[in-house]
Write a protein that binds this ligand. Structure first.
Ligand code: SDX
Length: 428
């Protein structure tokens, strides 16, 4: 017997079906609400209680700290899979066979060139431009050089656009980093794996023989997997709503990059390191920053802490914390900022303010410490997040398009001026 919700307004009763997901989540289906009630809508700033879609891609349970991509646990995928496998899983729904993975890899490599005129667009930016702004612009600019990637209705046409952006995005990301360092733009090497090639494009130097570092590549691969998808977060919802207008995959991704840039979202990984550095320069006074975070008069927040969904722990943060210690140990790096981070987390996790609000370290709290150990500049941290989230954004966009979902267009409750007649300027 399917469950129902009854709404009573002014003595009138309205019935709505309750849908149940495969993990027993319940949602009141209010598709008929406005029609049934003569125009009554709901209001839910930040969509804290509102589901935007049914999705089969990622499941997370904020209370239990569960995160699964297409049913596989993040712990197993981080341990046993590589990033390209996970990208295929998220986008197409199944772990690839050896043949499927090989074809995906080859199709991507076929598309890893970038029109030389794109370099002129990159050259138009000042070195000081934030890499996320550059990457969002270059992703949108790709449309001009790949017009066939816009109007993609068939699975085949979508596949063509998907392998194009999977191939070109890491090149553009590495170019944004190399531009800031005044390095020649590297194209990498198609004989390398996806993440090994990304590493080479980022870290190779014109005057040195490039030597791959397995510790760096393994750490990068794991970080990209951990960031690959996270159901309907801010940037993914942006990708879906822009995609719902049929603006095309690249335009939707460009919008998602801009949403991820914000310090409350993916930009937090950069803000965490800047916060930890400030604490270090301030003599390691973590108590002062905890007090600032708790002070309602102070806009400062403990960056890397808290999460809209996770109210116990972020399973990704647990994995990244262990990986940070391993990578620093393997690379023989002593980073005082890691000790400050651990000290800060310890104090916050015992403080009533954070405990009461269920604020715990999230994915961004420790990730910057690893990026820093890998020699990635702080302003590139959110670009690394975007590189990981790319397959998740693609998977969510593809699901939305294949399901032919309607254009996203929320309603509102108007609270402005009622009708008033126009006044000539002399009478105002
Ligand atoms: C990501 O959604 C996703 O899945 C995102 C993500 C992904 O993979 O896509 O997981 C990636 O974006 C992780 C989050 C990175 N952001 C940060 O670390 C920035 C700091 N965190 C906060 O800004 C905040 O916790 C959010 C934005 C992450 C969540 O905000 P919510 O769910 O809207 O919660 P809220 O702002 O309503 O806060 C509830 C209370 C408030 O206090 P009261 O008004 O109840 O007294 O908790 C307080 C907040 O002031 N609070 C914090 C805090 N986070 C929340 N106080 C101090 N420091 C913080 N970090």
């Amino acid at each position: 017997m399917s469950k129902k919700a009854i709404l009573e307004i002014d003595g009138n009763k309205y019935e709505f079906p309750i849908i149940e997901g495969t993990e027993k989540e319940l949602g009141i289906d209010i598709k008929t609400l406005r029609g049934a009630t003569g125009g009554i809508t709901t209001i839910d700033p930040g969509y804290k209680n509102t589901g935007s879609c049914e999705s089969a891609i990622t499941f997370l349970d904020g209370e239990k700290g569960i995160l699964r991509y297409r049913g596989y646990s993040i712990e197993e995928l981080a341990e046993k899979a590589d990033f390209l496998e996970v990208a295929y899983l998220l986008i197409f729904g199944e772990l690839p066979t050896a043949e499927q993975l090989d074809k995906f890899d080859k199709d991507i490599k076929e598309e890893s060139h970038i029109d030389e005129d794109m370099k002129r667009i990159l050259d138009g930016f000042p070195k000081s431009a934030h890499p996320m702004g550059v990457l969002s612009s270059l992703t949108s600019a790709l449309i001009a050089f790949n017009p066939g990637s816009v109007d993609v209705d068939s699975e085949e046409a979508m596949y063509g656009a998907i392998v194009k952006i999977m191939a070109k995005f890491p090149v553009l990301a590495s170019w944004t980093m190399r531009k800031r360092k005044s390095l020649p733009l590297d194209y990498g090497d198609s004989s390398l794996g996806y993440v090994e090639n990304l590493s080479k494009m980022m870290f190779s130097r014109p005057n040195k023989t490039y030597e791959a570092n397995k510790i760096v590549n393994d750490a990068l691969d794991k970080l990209l997997i951990l960031h690959a998808d996270h159901e309907q977060n801010c940037s993914t919802s942006t990708v879906r709503i822009v995609g719902s207008s049929h603006a095309g995959l690249f335009a939707s991704l460009s919008a998602g990059i801009s949403a991820l840039w914000g310090p409350l979202h993916g930009g937090a990984n950069q803000a965490v390191i800047e916060m930890l550095e400030a604490i270090r320069e301030d003599g390691g006074d973590t108590a002062k920053y905890i007090a600032k975070a708790k002070d309602k008069e102070d806009p400062f927040r403990l960056m890397g802490f808290g999460h809209r969904v996770y109210k116990n722990f972020d399973p990704r943060a647990k994995i990244i914390k262990v990986s940070a210690e391993e990578v620093l140990g393997d690379l023989g790096i002593e980073d005082p900022v890691l000790d400050i981070a651990k000290g800060l987390a310890q104090v916050a996790l015992e403080d009533e303010y954070f405990v009461k609000r269920k604020l715990y370290p999230n994915v961004d709290f420790y990730s910057g410490i690893i990026y820093r150990a890998l020699g990635i500049p702080t302003e590139m941290f959110t670009v690394m997040f975007a590189l990981g989230r790319l397959p998740g954004w693609i998977a969510q966009w593809r699901e939305m398009r294949l399901r032919k979902e309607p254009i996203g267009r929320p309603r509102q409750i108007y609270t402005g001026a009622n009708y008033r007649e126009f006044k000539e300027v002399a009478k105002r």
